[in-house]
Design a protein around this ligand. Structure first.
Ligand code: NAI
Length: 272
């Protein structure tokens, strides 16, 4: 759906964020608006979008009811955004994502499709739809929000992890491809983060992921840790940006001792 809010960027740097009505997307929108950027907030949650625009300040952005699975919707909404920014798209953040857990043979087909379609194809759609605008904006960047589940794949998170491994792979390929038109790529890999996603994902039928993590005394980091990391990634260099000490540790261990890490994950998963 076309833009809601008629404010214009007026020369400010322009960032378009998917999944901006909640969690990491919302925190990132707030971070960049506070830093003087004009923010396109995209999500399927209309009510959440209205609240998000209020949170970032109505002068600082516009909302788009965009389902990242909808290729036509991407074209339409990026074109509407570009009208507000005089053709600029400095940063695209592909953040929208869903997490469903459980043993693979027990997962509903609809949940499998949803994760692949939103977490992976949604990111591909965004990168394709935004290419021309990004290429036309000097110093532009794509930020893909993967996960530490893009380097380790815990049992009962197989489909989710598969999408995040794929987003990491896509980001690596695009870093090489997009460089030819001057567009940079960042891939953000957070550890568990305190967002509503933890209340929606389930490893078993009895309890949500937040409860499972609490029982296992697993670290959960605040959402601002990711929005700050995205801010630094945009203003810094490098493709991969692990978020949180645990994520950095796991990233490093998974390269150094992959079999050990897989065994640990299996043991932990059995305890859930
Ligand atoms: P969240 O559930 O708080 O927010 C996700 C947002 O995406 C929601 O506003 C939702 O409406 C939106 N969304 C879902 N399907 C959509 C679609 N088809 N089109 C457009 N928007 C859609 O979740 P959170 O935690 O903020 O997740 C954001 C990203 O961060 C996801 O890609 C997730 O996989 C990733 N991530 C989250 C971690 C966590 O522990 N919370 C850890 C690592 C990565």
């Amino acid at each position: 759906m076309a833009a809601s809010g008629n404010m214009r960027a007026d020369g400010r740097r322009a960032i378009f964020i998917t999944g901006a009505a909640s969690g990491i997307g919302l925190a990132t929108a707030r971070r960049f608006a506070a830093g003087g950027w004009f923010v396109g907030l995209a999500d399927i949650d209309s009510k959440g979008l209205a609240a998000a625009l209020e949170a970032v300040g109505a002068d600082n952005g516009a909302t788009f009811r965009l389902d990242v699975r909808d290729r036509g919707g991407w074209k339409r909404d990026l074109a509407a955004f570009a009208k507000l920014t005089d053709g600029r798209l400095d940063v695209l953040v592909n953040n929208a994502g869903v997490a469903k857990g459980g043993y693979l043979e027990q997962q509903a087909a609809a949940d499998v499709d949803l994760q692949v379609d939103v977490n992976l194809k949604g990111v591909i759609n965004g990168c394709q739809a935004a290419f021309d605008l990004l290429a036309a904006t000097p110093g532009a960047l794509v930020v893909n929000v993967a996960s530490v589940a893009g380097v380790i794949a815990p049992p009962r998170m197989g489909v989710y992890a598969a999408t995040k491994f794929a987003v990491r792979g896509l980001s690596e390929a695009l870093e090489g491809e997009f460089a030819r038109v001057g567009v940079g790529v960042r891939c953000v890999l957070p550890w568990f983060i305190d967002t509503p996603l933890l209340d929606k994902a389930r490893l078993s039928s009895n309890e949500d992921l937040r409860v499972s993590l609490r029982e296992q005394k697993t670290t959960v980091y605040p959402v601002e840790m990711v929005s700050d990391a995205i801010w630094r990634a945009v203003h810094g260099k490098g493709l991969h940006h692990f978020v949180g000490g645990r994520a950095r540790q796991v990233g490093w261990l998974s390269r150094l001792a992959p079999t050990f890490v897989r065994k640990q994950l299996q043991q932990q998963a059995e305890a859930f």
